[in-house]
Design a protein around this ligand. Structure first.
Ligand code: SF4
Length: 105
């Protein structure tokens, strides 16, 4: 479903049936529409759809974003039981690169 920012996101739900306008993010309980503008989740889900990867999202403010609210995501592999450092690539367990992409030394 498309978010208010116009991006497809599997975590977004909107109910507009018969005049309703209920919107929610299934990752963030205290979701606000403007969080979708800079959220990294749609990019992550487009790059990696591994069903074993679990996303945890939280809203933070930092000095680097001039105290604007931003969604920060951490990922965890349920199969390997470890943190995934690069969620767009994954942990490498389920979807290894084909040998043609391996660098030989
Ligand atoms: S905040 Fe992020 S995860 Fe939630 S609906 Fe918006 S884009 Fe999707």
């Amino acid at each position: 479903m498309k978010t208010p920012a116009g991006i497809e996101c599997a975590q977004f739900y909107g109910d507009y049936y018969r005049g309703r306008s209920h919107e929610e993010c299934r990752l963030l309980p205290n979701w606000q529409a403007e969080l979708c503008n800079t959220c990294p989740v749609p990019d992550i889900l487009r790059a990696n759809s591994c069903e074993n990867m679990h996303l945890n999202a939280e809203v933070n403010r930092s000095i680097f974003t001039l105290f604007q609210k931003r969604v920060e995501v951490s990922t965890f592999c349920e199969k390997k039981k470890r943190v995934v450092d690069n969620p767009k690539i994954g942990c490498g367990e389920c979807h290894p690169l084909p040998p043609i992409f391996e660098v030989k030394e």
